[in-house]
Design a protein. Structure first.
Lengths: 350, 79
């Protein structure tokens, strides 16, 4: 496949030089971000740091730059790494696996395989046509949105690696257990019959093959641009809400009303989260602000997972291959799993 | 040249169609683009990751939206 873009150097050394240069620029911007805004708002404009409006505006500006940088960096790195994997390769790896091991592998692969939820239906059909059991396929389909690479990158930078590991482990466990349960209840009867009759024709095309290094970098750049272009309204709203919470909600507000001891905190969070559909990046700025105001980490993680894991658009798509009972089981098990994780971590971390 | 875009209406699929049209215009080629949205048909080409681009029954891109320049190169080498 002909591919080298006109702006990338042609030699490998040249390409690495460009990457290193870009990384250095990124680090510079990231580190200087807060100081620049401090200087502009407090130095040049002479505003009062303790004034609520100033604080909100400062947070908004600082966070917008920070999150844009984070997103760009994370999406770029993740896309390049993921370009080595594909749904086609995952399908080959999962063929013939038994339940149990297969679920664990499927969940793990779900996290690292590049997967657009619009491919959910062809991927599902393709897996089933390869003889992969429905339960294992569902583990893959659940893990993929639930353990979101953007969320991982941002949790890592906002809260550190412990919380990130918890998030990844929680998502994987839910995906594995849900897939196991679905596998046990004879879910095949709730799959639309045509799925079992569809044959994957011709030569299976693997998008991961025949990509040059320059191709991968190009994909990383394009993906970062495309995602940012698509979600910037959500980002602005999320950061805006985060800034308002940061400036106006009293500290420890949530500890009083939804603290670790609260009975319904997690349920409410998940209840609000499920109908909401947002990219992981859109809610993270809000998540940090909520945490700073006392919302417990378990409830927060549950909220985040609820928003991201179950989305109406994906459900509507999956309805083409899954009958309502299976969709209900899928949503129910994932929902319950998220609630359980929320309560578990609230009690562990309190 | 018979061109088909495989995909079921998500943003990426529409982008691929747009990029392909642009490439065709750039090359001054007059070919119609057929949208294939039926999953059975999509899979009969061996494509599991939409969107996909098929030129004269051969899959040239799958799983991503290439740039206009890349599609141009693909059309030239296929045509």
């Amino acid at each position: 496949m002909v591919a080298v873009t006109s702006r990338m150097p042609r030699t490998r050394a040249g390409q690495w030089l460009v990457l290193v240069g870009a990384a250095a620029a990124w680090v510079g911007l990231y580190v200087l971000n807060e100081q620049v805004w401090d200087w502009i708002l407090y130095g040049v404009l002479g505003l009062d740091p303790d004034d609520r409006v100033t604080e909100t505006v400062h947070f908004f500006l600082y966070d917008t730059v920070k999150i844009t940088l984070l997103l760009t960096g994370i999406i770029f790195v993740v896309t390049v790494l993921r370009s080595y994997m594909s749904v086609e390769r995952t399908r080959a790896l999962l063929g013939g696996r038994r339940s149990g091991v297969g679920n664990v592998m499927a969940a793990g692969l779900g996290v690292v395989t590049p997967f657009c939820s619009c491919s959910a239906v062809p991927a599902f059909i393709g897996f089933v046509a390869a003889g992969i059991p429905v339960g294992i396929t569902m583990s893959f389909l659940i893990a993929s949105p639930m353990v979101n690479e953007i969320a991982i990158g941002m949790l890592l930078s906002l809260f550190g690696w412990q919380v990130t590991v918890v998030y990844i482990a929680a998502g994987l466990v839910i995906a594995i257990v849900a897939g196991l349960i679905i596998g046990r209840i004879g879910a095949e009867r709730w799959v639309e019959p045509f799925v079992f009759e569809t044959r994957l024709g011709g030569q299976l095309v693997d998008p991961a093959e025949s990509l040059t290094f320059a191709d991968r970098i190009q994909m990383g750049r394009e993906e970062a641009q495309s995602i940012l272009r698509r979600i910037w309204p959500y980002l602005i709203v999320g950061i805006g809400l985060g800034a308002l919470i940061h400036g106006w909600v009293p500290t420890d507000f949530f500890t009083t009303y939804a603290g670790p001891g609260s009975t319904f905190g997690v349920l409410v969070a998940v209840g609000i989260g499920i109908p909401l559909y947002s990219n992981a990046a859109g809610i993270l700025p809000m998540v940090q602000a909520l945490y700073d105001k006392g919302l417990p980490m378990g409830t927060l993680l549950a909220f985040m997972m609820a928003v991201v894991a179950l989305s109406l658009p994906e459900m509507i798509l999956l309805r083409r291959v899954l009958k309502p009972p299976l969709l209900a089981v899928f949503a129910g098990v994932v929902g319950l799993g998220i609630v359980a994780i929320g309560y578990l971590f609230n009690s562990l971390l309190a | 040249m018979i061109i088909k875009v495989l995909g079921s209406g998500c943003a990426n699929c529409k982008n691929l169609e747009r990029v392909t049209r642009e490439a065709l215009d750039d090359l001054g080629l007059d070919a119609s683009i057929e949208k294939v949205e039926d999953y059975g048909a999509i899979m009969s080409y061996g494509v599991m990751s939409t969107p996909g681009l098929v030129v004269d029954e051969k899959v040239v891109v799958s799983g991503r939206v290439p740039s206009v320049a890349q599609v141009r190169d693909l059309l030239v080498s296929a045509g």
